[in-house]
Design a protein around this ligand. Structure first.
Ligand code: ADP
Ligand code: AMP
Length: 216
């Protein structure tokens, strides 16, 4: 099973991908998490990505494509995965298709979440994340059991790119860059849109329904 969760920043795709991954015992790959880990470990990829992320811009395609080529070769993902935050441009989507073709496989379904920009902003500004296990919380909608701490015991942080100014830039980048990618998957009959303006469980149910109806 190879799935892509697409959508603007803050729509809830990471939260849904984590839930789906747990429910179906399938690997969740989030490029944002891979990049943030690379930054904290000061790897070559991390050094290349840092300034782009902080400005709310996309990291260049060649850096991301190489990162994902390496990740998708690992033994833990050979039976499938849910991709969250990748691909984000048409070039990335085509590179992924080529890579899969070489292995005789393909993407099974693309779920594209949508939500009004004002709600995206509210979700992002209230987001708190765990730098250790990458769990995601919200000050209002998904509070941690202990204020300020993840269930794994690590202190939660606010991402440096989760500010109102950066969000506006990131949403604009999404609208510009991802439109052609959405058209690409629509053209292949792979895309299903899901309204993310609902409580967490209701969105999860909608995702589950798409999955069941896709008979993957
Ligand atoms: P993305 O991965 O698309 O950037 P996240 O999954 O990190 O988005 O979610 C963004 C923020 O919104 C997080 O703080 C998360 O807890 C919260 N969130 C996610 N889904 C919902 C929802 N359905 N209702 C309310 N808040 C949500
Ligand atoms: P995310 O955690 O998905 O919100 O991603 C955080 C930031 O990482 C984005 O704003 C981009 O700067 C960068 N990033 C993550 N995934 C990609 C990607 N597929 N292509 C380019 N940049 C990415």
């Amino acid at each position: 099973m190879r799935l892509i969760f697409l959508g603007p920043p803050g729509v809830g795709k990471g939260t849904q991908a984590a839930r789906f991954s747990e429910r179906h015992d399938i690997v969740h790959i989030a490029t944002g998490d891979l990049l943030r880990t690379a930054i904290s470990e000061k790897t070559e990829v991390g050094l290349k990505a840092k300034d782009f992320i902080e400005a709310g811009h996309l990291v260049p395609d060649e850096v991301i494509i190489q990162l994902m080529k390496d990740r998708l070769q690992a033994s833990d993902v050979q039976s499938g995965y849910v991709l969250d935050g990748f691909p984000r441009t048409l070039a990335q989507g085509k590179a992924l298709s080529d890579l899969l073709k070489q292995n005789g496989s393909s993407i099974d379904r693309v779920i594209c979440f949508y939500l009004d920009e004002a709600i995206l902003l509210e979700r992002i500004v209230g987001r708190r994340t765990c730098p250790s296990c990458h769990s995601v919380y919200h000050l209002r909608y998904r509070k941690p059991e202990t204020d300020g701490f993840c269930r794994c015991g690590t202190a939660l942080i606010k991402r440096t790119d989760d500010t109102a100014e950066t969000v506006t830039e990131r949403v604009a980048v999404y609208n510009n860059e991802t439109a052609t990618l959405i058209a690409y998957y629509k053209g292949q009959g792979l895309l299903t849109e899901v309204n993310a303006d609902r409580a967490l469980d209701a969105v999860s149910e909608a995702v589950e329904q798409v999955f069941q109806e896709s008979s993957i």
